[in-house]
Design a protein around this ligand. Structure first.
Ligand SMILES: [Fe+2]
Length: 549
């Protein structure tokens, strides 16, 4: 990509990593279920093979066992509303969020194990933990591809240098801890039932926080049936002490503190420093439904036939974006709402956020950056409105469509401190925060000298039918508009999901990793021709044979 406007800020560096569903495998009814594809944009010109005035954009389909099996036998895979099934088991799409862990890079999926890829080549390295160390949700046979009910947003614990995630089974929550090489360990959490799903988890120094998330899967939807109920209006939030987990033998129950919170939750972020209480920022997704997708014959919120170009798009919010800062007190069970952001005139259809993920930034966050798509009645179907009924307050709907925005919230009181209006036909996607001087003396590697998310840049990938571009804003003043824009004539990028910033992309180090060849104990359950394919894929992975699409 090249600079098409402004000038590249001195000191902006690192890598923008983006997870997305591979459009060539998007043959199902839902836009989220293509196989994992990773993009990497280098934020310094002239690196990774780019000319000195260009920025390297690299992309690769994750050549996981799931993707390789499907590439060899696409005929036995079937896309449904909740994922891609096959006689091998269920595809781990690993397409949702990049998760850096120092110089290691993982990609995630709500219903699959985190997947490690090489930060430079973006090639598959291994899934986290042997299937026998997890508790697969196996209602249909999954001899080689287990379905693990996990989360798209595990967290890396900066004090312990471990990954925390979850494994839900028939609604029972288990917290999972992984040291980066050994077996995964899990603990059932006493009384912690997940009514819907766990898209996100978060943490403070001493606590793991798990909330029920608004993605409802009704059994009849698995076989193509209609949804009968909207997402739950609210749900439980569980707080689990890390030291209680570590003081308990894996597999044995651990207690928690349970709270109830509404409206619907999806993404949420704890303040790491909990010495003044346990504070969590919730990006509520009130009356939106990402599990429902537009299909032929749909009519939009204003009574117009839906645009065929939007087929498959998920259900946009029918209520304005609500962001809250909530404090939990496990000793009294008290929930205190400390701050709220809500603006029915302007803040609609929050896409994703950017924040300072360094330990210092998470401990004392200053700014929370968001992109919003604006009020978009074209992306709300009458089916969706009928399902949600009188939960939707239509008097809050703006008179006309509103523009997409890049917005900065002050993290302590959630006031809007700065906002920038994009063009009506822009589709801003997952932004990242890049500190001004990362790896500064005396800080952790991902922190700048003034951590918190305000000193540095907000980098926003923007999808537009006229071409893809990347806008760079000053994190302290997004309202003054982009300081630089990257684009490339004719470059189009389809629907993307989360992004993350990495300080640098270094080749992955050799270390013990799970081999697919070691997960074939049940290959004999497959018909001979499919068993042969599974063995071929295991050999291809061991020998580094390209996926061969
Ligand atoms: Fe997410």
């Amino acid at each position: 990509m090249r600079i098409t406007q402004g000038s590249w800020p001195e000191g902006l560096r690192g890598e923008l990593i983006i997870s997305a569903p591979d459009p060539s495998t998007l043959d199902g009814p839902h836009p989220f279920f293509g196989e994992g594809l990773t993009y990497r944009l280098s934020l310094q010109p002239g690196t990774f093979g780019a000319p000195s005035d260009r920025f390297a954009w690299r992309q690769r389909v994750i050549d996981s066992p799931s993707a390789r099996l499907r590439a060899k036998r696409p005929d036995v895979f079937e896309a449904t509303m909740i994922g891609v099934q096959s006689p091998f088991g269920v595809v781990n799409s690993a397409n949702t969020a990049p998760l850096p862990w120092g110089d290691r890079l993982f990609t995630t999926w709500d219903v699959g194990r985190p997947t490690e890829i090489d930060p430079v080549t973006l090639g598959f390295l291994g899934e986290v933990g042997h299937r026998d160390q997890w508790q697969p949700f196996e209602v249909m046979p999954q001899p080689v591809l287990p379905l693990i009910m996990s989360t798209a947003h595990p967290v890396i614990d900066p004090d312990r240098d471990v990954m925390w995630t979850v494994n839900t089974l028939w609604g029972q929550l288990h917290v999972v801890r992984w040291d980066g090489e050994g077996p995964v360990q899990w603990w059932p959490i006493e009384g912690a039932i997940i009514p819907q799903s766990v898209h996100t988890i978060t943490q403070t120094r001493n606590w793991i926080v798990v909330a029920d998330c608004a993605f409802k899967v009704e059994p009849q939807v698995l076989s193509g049936g209609e949804r009968t109920e909207p997402n739950n209006y609210g749900g439980p939030v569980y707080l689990i002490r890390k030291d209680a987990l570590e003081a308990t033998a894996p597999g044995q129950p651990v207690p928690c503190s349970a709270f109830e919170l509404a409206p619907e939750m999806n993404h949420y972020y704890g303040v790491y420093d909990d010495s003044d209480g346990i504070q969590v920022l919730f990006e509520h997704t009130e009356n939106s439904d990402i599990a429902m997708a537009q299909r032929p014959g749909d009519v939009d919120a204003l009574g117009r036939p839906c645009d065929p170009a939007l087929m498959g798009l998920y259900g946009f919010p029918m209520s304005p974006d609500r962001t809250t800062l909530v404090q939990f007190d496990p000793s009294t069970g008290k929930v205190t709402h400390r701050a709220e952001s809500l603006d029915p005139q302007r803040l609609w259809t929050r896409q994703l956020n950017a924040m300072d993920w360094s330990t210092e930034g998470m401990s004392n966050p200053v700014s929370h950056h968001l992109v919003h798509q604006g009020w978009r009645p074209e992306a709300i179907t009458q089916r969706l409105l009928a399902l949600y009924g009188d939960r939707v307050d239509r008097t809050l709907w703006p008179e006309e469509e509103t523009p997409p925005l890049v917005v900065t919230l002050e993290r302590q009181d959630l006031t809007v401190t700065s906002e920038y209006e994009l063009a009506m036909d822009d589709f801003p996607s997952s932004p990242i925060f890049v500190p001004r001087d990362p790896d500064a003396a005396g800080t952790s590697r991902y922190a700048g000298s003034d951590p918190g998310g305000h000193d540095g840049w907000v980098v926003v990938p923007i999808i537009n039918d006229d071409g893809f571009r990347v806008e760079v804003f000053d994190a302290g003043d997004v309202g003054s508009g982009p300081v630089a824009t990257l684009a490339e004539p004719g470059m189009k990028v389809p629907f993307i999901l989360h992004s993350a910033w990495m300080l640098r992309a270094e080749p992955a180090q050799d270390r013990p990793r799970l081999r697919f060849a070691d997960e074939l104990a049940r290959v004999g359950e497959l018909p001979d021709d499919l068993a042969r394919v599974a063995h071929e894929v295991a050999a291809d992975l061991d020998e580094g044979v390209p996926i061969g699409r």
